[in-house]
Write a protein that binds this ligand. Structure first.
Ligand code: BGC
Length: 582
C-alpha cells in the first residue's frame, strides 16, 4: 500500500546529521540580545486524553537547509502522528525534524508543523526547546525569554483537522458529527419515546450485494453518502459502514449466515468490495470521513472456532482451510484503505471471547498476518473495534480483574472463568498495546460498540457484591446481567449504552453505535427467508445452550424476527434499561 498514515518514521540519522551541521553554523550574531530561535508551542485542542499542537519555529541565525527541534515532556505525553515534520519520540524526549519539502529555513524565517498526541494527567507545555542543539526562547544571557503570547488568543478551532500527506487524520471521530441513518432514525422515532434517541448516529450495514444499490427500494450506498453530504454541511462528518458479506459468513452461528457460499471469494471481490470501493472513491464524497467496520466475527472465528476446541464448527474449519476469510479481509483492507478518506477498523470480537491468553495472542498474530498479506499493509488499518453487536459492559465499575475475595482472585469466579478482562474498555486498551508491539502503527485507535451494553434499569447494582465468596462478589457487583458472557442474541435486560462519543479514553477513538438498537440479532424460531439466514437456537429463549456459552440458557427475548429486522419489544427494553438513562 502506498499510503503512510503516520509520519512517525525513524528520522534519527537525519536528526543527528542536521544537529552537527547546525552547530557549526550558529553565527556569532546569535550572542546578541535576540534569542537565536523561538519556538511557539500551542496546544490547539485538548480533550482530556489527547491533544493537537501547532509549533512555529523561528530561526534568528543563519539560513539552514535542514533543521531539528527537540524538547522533553515532563508528563506522559506521547506523540501519535505528525504533519509537516518527522517526529520521533524516545521516552519523554521528542525530536521533530524537517520533511524533505520544508528543510530550508531562512535567517529570520519561520516554519510550522503540527502533531497529535495522547496523555494522562497533565499536558504541560515543555519548558525548553532547542533548534539544532541551540536553546531557543532565551536571550544571550541564558534568561528565558517568555514565549511571545498572542494578545488576542487564536480562537480554538472546534473541528481540528490535522492532516498528514495521506490526507487521513489520526482519529476521524474527533471534531466530526456522526451520520444519522434516516432509515434507522425513522424506525426509532416511530416508537413511543423513540425521539429521545432517534438523532443518534448508527452504522449503515452493507450486509449483502443488493444493499449497495438499496434493498427493496431502500437507501443504497450512494443515497446514504449523498445524505451524509447534506448532514455534513461545512463541518466534518463521519459515516460508519459495516462491511459484512464474506464468503461462508458467520461460520460459528446460523442467525447471520449470508448470501455467499464458502468458495465465492471472487464474487465477494468483484461484486461486493470493488463496487463499494468505486463508489467511495468518487471525488464527490472526498470530504466525508468514512469509517468502515471490517467483517464482524470473521477473523476471531478462525482463531477460536476452527478446530481443536469444544466450540469449533465444521463451517469455520472450512473457512480456515480455504483461506477465504483471510483473503477477503486482506482484499477489503487493501482496496478500501487506498481511498484517502476511508478509515478501516477490523472487528476484534470482545473480551469474553478473546480475553484469555490462549486466544488473545493468536488473535493478534492472525490480525497481523491478514493486514500484511495479499496486498494489505498495516497502513490500511486505522484501528480495531470491539463488542460489535455484543453486550459486554464498557466498564465494570464494581469488579476489577485485580480484586480478590478472601485471598481468592475474582478470576476464578464462574462468571470471569480465568479471563484476564472484565470489560470491553480494558480489553480494547490492552489489545491495542499488543497490536502495536506486534507491528501495527502506533497511532492505532480502538472503537467500542456501546449501542446495547448500558445495563441500567432497576437490576443494575449500585455497589460491590458481598465478600462471602468470589462468585457472590462478582455476581452481586457486575453490571452485565447476562446469564453467561457467551450469550449474544437479543439479550433480556440489556440497555442502550454510552451515546456515541469521540476520544472518550486513552487509545479509544470513539464509542460508537454500530449495531443499530432495535434491529434483531436473530429469530427466536425458524423463519424462511431469501437472505441465507439460518435459525440459531442461541436466539431461542427455551434452548439450553452450547459449548460456547457453557451450556447455559440463552437469555434471549422471545418472539424475535430475523437478524436485522426491526424488533420493537427489544427497542423498548433497551430504552428502559439505558445507562446513562435517557
Ligand atoms: C444481520 C444483518 C443486519 C445487521 C444490523 C446482523 O446481525 O445479519 O443483516 O444488517 O445485523 O442489524
Amino acid at each position: 500500500m502506498s499510503r503512510t498514515r503516520l509520519a512517525l518514521i525513524a528520522a534519527l540519522t537525519l536528526t543527528a546529521g542536521s544537529t552537527a551541521t547546525a552547530l557549526a553554523v550558529v553565527p556569532a550574531g546569535a550572542a546578541a540580545a535576540a534569542p537565536a530561535c523561538t519556538v511557539d508551542y500551542k496546544v490547539q485542542n485538548d480533550w482530556g486524553s489527547g491533544f493537537t499542537t501547532n509549533v512555529t519555529v523561528t530561526n534568528n541565525g543563519a539560513a539552514k537547509s535542514s533543521w531539528a527541534v527537540k524538547w522533553t515532556y515532563a508528563g506522559t505525553q506521547k506523540v501519535t502522528n505528525a504533519w509537516n515534520a518527522k517526529v520521533t519520540q524516545s521516552g519523554t524526549n521528542v525530536t521533530a525534524a524537517n520533511e524533505s519539502y520544508n528543510g530550508s529555513l531562512a535567517g529570520g524565517g519561520s516554519v510550522s508543523f503540527g502533531f497529535q498526541g495522547t496523555y494522562s494527567g497533565s499536558n504541560a507545555v515543555p519548558a525548553t526547546f532547542t533548534l539544532d542543539g541551540v536553546t531557543c526562547n532565551t536571550d544571550s544571557g541564558g534568561t528565558p525569554t517568555p514565549t511571545p503570547t498572542d494578545p488576542t488568543p487564536t480562537p480554538t478551532d472546534p473541528t481540528p483537522t490535522p492532516t498528514d500527506p495521506s490526507g487521513k487524520v489520526d482519529n476521524p471521530f474527533v471534531g466530526a458529527k456522526g451520520y444519522v441513518n434516516p432509515e434507522w432514525s425513522a424506525h426509532a422515532a416511530a416508537e413511543p419515546g423513540g425521539s429521545r434517541v432517534a438523532n443518534q448516529s448508527t452504522a449503515v450495514w452493507l450486509d449483502r450485494i443488493a444493499a449497495i444499490n438499496g434493498v427493496n427500494g431502500g437507501m443504497g450506498l450512494r443515497a446514504h453518502l449523498d445524505e451524509a453530504l447534506k448532514q455534513k454541511g461545512s463541518g466534518q462528518l463521519v459515516i460508519q459502514l459495516v462491511i459484512y458479506d464474506l464468503p461462508g459468513r458467520d461460520c460459528a452461528a446460523l442467525a447471520s449466515n449470508g448470501e455467499l457460499g464458502p468458495t465465492e471469494l471472487d464474487k465477494y471481490k468483484s461484486q461486493y468490495i470493488d463496487p463499494i470501493a468505486s463508489i467511495l472513491s468518487d471525488s464527490k464524497y472526498a470530504g466525508l470521513r468514512i469509517a468502515t467496520v471490517i467483517e464482524p466475527d470473521s477473523l476471531p472465528n478462525l482463531v477460536t472456532n476452527a478446530g481443536g476446541t469444544a466450540g469449533s464448527t465444521d463451517a469455520c474449519a472450512t473457512m480456515k482451510a480455504n483461506g477465504n476469510y483471510e483473503k477477503g479481509v486482506s482484499y477489503a483492507l487493501d482496496k478500501l484503505g487506498a481511498i484517502p478518506n476511508v478509515y478501516n477498523y477490523i472487528d476484534a470480537g470482545h473480551h469474553a471471547w478473546l480475553g484469555w491468553d490462549s486466544n488473545f495472542d493468536p488473535t493478534v498474530q492472525e490480525f497481523y498476518k491478514v493486514a500484511t498479506t495479499n496486498g494489505a499493509s498495516v497502513n490500511d488499518v486505522t484501528g480495531f473495534i470491539v463488542n460489535t453487536a455484543n453486550y459486554g459492559a464498557t466498564k465494570e465499575p464494581f469488579v476489577k480483574i485485580t480484586d480478590s475475595v478472601n485471598g481468592q482472585t475474582v478470576r476464578q469466579s464462574k462468571w470471569i472463568d480465568w479471563n484476564w478482562y472484565v470489560d470491553e474498555q480494558s480489553f480494547a486498551q490492552a489489545l491495542r498495546t499488543k497490536l502495536v508491539s506486534a507491528g501495527f502503527n502506533s497511532g492505532l485507535g480502538m472503537l467500542v460498540d456501546t449501542s446495547r451494553n448500558g445495563w441500567g434499569g432497576s437490576a443494575r447494582p449500585t455497589a460491590a457484591g458481598p465478600t462471602t465468596s468470589v462468585d457472590a462478589y462478582v455476581d452481586g457487583g457486575r453490571i452485565d446481567r447476562r446469564i453467561h458472557a457467551g450469550n449474544w442474541c437479543n439479550q433480556s435486560g440489556a440497555g442502550l449504552g454510552e451515546r456515541p462519543t469521540a476520544a472518550p479514553a486513552a487509545g479509544i477513538d470513539a464509542y460508537v453505535w454500530v449495531k443499530p438498537p432495535g434491529e434483531s440479532d436473530g429469530s427466536s424460531t425458524a423463519i424462511s427467508n431469501d437472505e441465507g439466514k439460518g435459525f440459531d437456537r442461541m436466539c431461542d429463549p427455551t434452548y439450553g445452550g452450547n459449548a460456547r456459552n457453557g451450556n447455559n440458557p440463552t437469555g434471549a427475548l422471545p418472539n424475535s424476527p430475523l437478524a436485522g429486522k426491526w424488533f420493537s419489544a427489544q427497542f423498548q427494553e433497551l430504552m428502559k434499561n439505558a445507562y446513562p438513562a435517557l
